[in-house]
Design a binder for this molecule. Structure first.
Ligand SMILES: Cc1cc2nc3c(=O)[nH]c(=O)nc-3n(C[C@H](O)[C@H](O)[C@H](O)COP(=O)(O)OP(=O)(O)OC[C@H]3O[C@@H](n4cnc5c(N)ncnc54)[C@H](O)[C@@H]3O)c2cc1C
Length: 457
């Protein structure tokens, strides 16, 4: 074998597997293969002036490269079992939290030291939410910010680059068993072998991972997608929540359909951004720790989870179709004032310009009711009015809604308590496994599997 451990994907899952192996077992030879570029070469061409929308680069710098999908994220590191994944179902609640705190310590010691940890413990907001039909989920969250998150990744890479072999711009296109208890990964004409293999391919690697699971007869399940909009409003409206908690994870059960609508990825004084998943443009958001890069707006997503039952299996396909519809009508992301949505008319550039909320993303003014299914749209509107009770002003006419935001869930791969497939030595971790949906859970899954491999050697 060329290597003891081969890691496919250098997102948080892959990075923390490699880091743990490197620090605890420097005798093991570790290879990390990453489809995207090194951190410093990752540049999204969208500058808001010459390039306004996604040009579908061969390797998307937002999703691929060292740091994975999280590299330019807001770096909100949530320590909780209440959301962000179901790692606890495999490794237990206590272990999951312990590993999330462990990764947080590494982040802090690699540049995140000056950042703040927020917590819902003892907050009065919990009661206020309850009184208004809303539920506040429990969590501690460290906000690294896009800028410090980058510094942490830079420091981790500098520490690892001479002790772990990294291959960038190397997309593994096939994985097979060697026949003597190891694995062989192919990228074009080249191939490498190892005893153990960790796949941490994230959301962007989901299609490829499907083919790996098919080839190796690994069982998968798929039936969930989250669809909604990103809300942008003046930061002062949510300031009492964001100052205390940074991010309020709030859930609302709609009266009409009894669907759950939830806030997701809150970015105080942040910006709204495009996201490209397999060529489909959706919306996301982030914010900076550095004061000078903050805006006057706060943004967050409102998402409705759709779970499908038999015979329908392609939940991601459903989400993609809705996102495609917005791309078809708007050439990308659509933006609409809440007041226009309520009046049943499209937004225009003029109406948005006249409003008090200045958009931080260049999107096409349009009508989200032509894109989102009624049930989802009704749920979002109901929740905006519910939020208006705890944060008056949320339902103002000028509040901006960007659509669509879709959270694609990777299929859930059947894994045991070690996050190992039915093939000994083949582990699937992070968002690609369907077990995690966040920086903290993905990183923790990486450490967990690295320790399992070390124990066997
Ligand atoms: C804009 C944005 C903001 C976000 N903000 C937050 C946040 O604030 N907090 C939070 O908790 N989460 C956030 N997330 C989600 C978070 O980034 C992910 O949950 C996390 O990165 C998952 O880590 P991962 O290692 O599983 O996968 P990824 O980070 O997706 O990494 C997978 C890596 O594998 C590589 N890869 C895929 N296939 C192959 C292949 N065949 N060969 C070689 N390499 C391959 C990819 O290029 C990628 O670099 C955000 C995501 C985005 C896009």
């Amino acid at each position: 074998m060329n290597y003891d451990v081969m890691i496919i994907g250098a997102g948080p899952g892959g990075i923390y597997s490699a880091y743990e192996l490197m620090t605890k077992r420097p005798d093991l030879k570790v290879l990390v293969m990453e489809a995207g570029h090194t951190l410093e070469k990752r540049h999204c061409p969208i500058d808001g002036e010459k390039v306004k929308t996604c040009v579908s680069c061969p390797s998307c710098s937002i999703m691929n490269g060292f740091g994975g999908a999280g590299a330019f994220s807001d770096g909100k590191y949530n320590i909780t079992n209440d959301f962000g994944g179901t790692l606890y179902r495999h490794i237990g609640r206590e272990k999951a939290l312990e590993l999330m705190y462990y990764v947080d310590e590494i982040n802090v010691s690699h540049g995140g030291g000056g950042t703040q940890m927020y917590s819902t413990a003892g907050t009065a907001l919990k009661k206020v939410c309850m009184q208004n039909g809303l539920t506040l989920l429990e969590a501690s969250v460290r906000h690294l910010g896009t800028d410090i998150n980058y510094v942490v990744l830079e420091n981790l890479y500098n520490e690892m680059k001479d002790r772990v072999d990294f291959l960038f711009d190397t997309k593994v296109d096939r994985l097979e068993e060697t026949g003597d208890g190891g694995y062989r990964a192919f990228a074009g004409e080249r191939s490498w072998t190892s005893r153990d293999c960790i796949i941490s391919a994230g959301r962007s690697g989901s299609k490829w991972l499907e083919s790996v699971c098919r080839d190796l007869k690994i069982v998968t399940h798929s039936n969930r997608v989250d669809i909604g909009v990103r809300v942008e409003l003046p930061a002062v409206i949510f300031q009492h929540i964001t100052d205390e908690l940074y991010e309020g994870k709030i859930v609302y059960r709609t009266r009409k359909f009894e669907d759950n609508v939830r806030t997701f990825c809150m970015n105080p004084r942040g910006i709204v951004v495009n996201e490209n998943t397999n060529g489909i443009i959706t919306v996301n958001g982030h914010s900076f720790e550095d004061d000078s890069r903050r805006t006057d707006n706060t943004n967050f997503a409102l998402l409705v989870s759709k779970h499908f039952s038999e015979p329908f299996k392609d939940s991601n396909g459903y989400g993609e179709s809705i996102a495609r519809l917005s791309n078809m009508l708007g050439g990308g992301v659509i933006v609409q004032r809440f007041g226009d949505l309520e009046r049943g008319r499209r937004s225009t550039a003029k109406r948005i310009l006249e409003g008090v909320v200045h958009p931080t993303l260049h999107a096409t003014p349009g009508d989200l009711s032509l894109v989102l299914p009624k049930r989802i749209l009704d749920g979002i509107i109901e929740m905006i009015y519910a939020l208006d009770k705890i944060a008056p002003g949320t339902a103002n006419d000028d509040t901006l809604l960007y659509g669509v935001e879709v959270k694609f869930y990777n299929m859930e791969v059947e894994l045991d308590q070690n996050l190992e497939t039915t093939h000994r030595g083949l582990f699937i971790i992070g968002d690609g496994s369907g077990v995690t949906h966040s920086l903290s859970h993905a990183s923790a899954s990486g450490v967990y599997v690295a320790r399992e491999i070390m124990e066997r050697r």
